[in-house]
Design a protein around this ligand. Structure first.
Ligand SMILES: Nc1ncnc2c1ncn2[C@@H]1O[C@H](COP(=O)(O)OP(=O)(O)O)[C@@H](O)[C@H]1O
Ligand SMILES: [Mg+2]
Length: 250
């Protein structure tokens, strides 16, 4: 589904590269988390996949097509929800459809269905400032979903939420993932979140990023929080935390 082949990347003003000869693959339908300390280049990987950074070498493929030949192939939910403050919830959610199909009325109709499904129907005429953090993230997720892309990149979508909202949003996301059958790449620095959500975790294990260490989560879906207290999961958690701690000290 997604393939990095020998990708090298450096921000123009930096002396050292951030990504060096990086190759990895993501399969269709996977739920992959990328974890690593802050500033190590996780969001940059997303920016590359979205085609927002051009000065890279190597190839990035989606379904065997080089991303340079593709358009509108990604649903990207950036680190901040980026809802447009002067558009109401419905107008925010319908934006990608509006852009794609140039038919605002039809776009709103479609987005309305999604807002109903996601329990936000009664908020459609409210503005982002009137919603709680969890609700805004849901609107932002709907907007990402309505891009129609098979692959969704979610950059720390829950990191600003309080602990309890975060747990319920994680469960909510897993339900959406299983019903919409998308491929999800999810950035987080929360090891427990990564373990609860993903089938595989990619760990950023050095700077520059030359490879992503792959850790398979030995749990089936649907997930239940109790699964996180299994000895084998606690063991993986401990190892991941130690690994991240070492990176922070670098
Ligand atoms: N647009 C940019 N221009 C220049 N440097 C950037 C830009 N975005 C990020 N960086 C730098 O690249 C490094 C990695 O950033 P980022 O990918 O955002 O890391 P992460 O998401 O893992 O926290 C950081 O040192 C950051 O300052
Ligand atoms: Mg980031």
């Amino acid at each position: 589904m997604l393939k990095f082949c020998n990708v090298n990347f450096k921000y123009e003003n930096d002396a050292a590269p951030l990504i060096e000869n990086l190759s990895f693959k993501v399969h269709r339908g996977d739920f992959i988390s990328i974890i690593g300390p802050s500033g190590c280049g996780k969001s940059t990987i997303f920016r590359l996949i979205c085609g927002l950074e051009h000065g890279y070498s190597g190839n990035i493929f989606i379904n065997d097509n080089d991303i340079n030949n593709l358009k509108g192939y990604i649903g990207y939910m950036p680190q901040k929800d980026l809802l447009i403050p002067w558009r109401n919830i419905l107008e925010n959610a319908s934006l990608p459809l509006e852009i794609r199909e140039n038919n605002p009325k039809q776009a709103k109709k479609e987005a309305e269905k999604f807002l109903e499904t996601f329990g936000l129907g009664s908020y459609k005429y409210k503005y982002p400032k009137d919603l709680s953090g969890g609700m805004k993230q849901r609107v932002s997720f709907i907007r990402t979903l309505l891009t129609g892309s098979e692959i969704m990149l979610l950059d720390e979508p829950f990191s600003a939420l309080d602990a309890i909202t975060k747990l319920s949003m994680q469960e909510w996301l897993l339900t959406q993932w299983s019903s919409f059958k998308k491929t999800i790449l999810f950035i987080t620095h929360d090891v427990e979140e990564a373990l609860f959500l993903s089938s595989k975790i990619l760990v950023v294990s050095q700077k520059p990023i030359t490879q992503l260490k792959e850790v398979v989560v030995p749990l089936s879906y649907p997930r239940d929080r109790h699964m996180l207290s299994r000895p084998e999961i606690l063991d993986i958690k401990e190892k991941l935390i130690n690994e991240l701690k070492q990176r922070v000290e670098l």
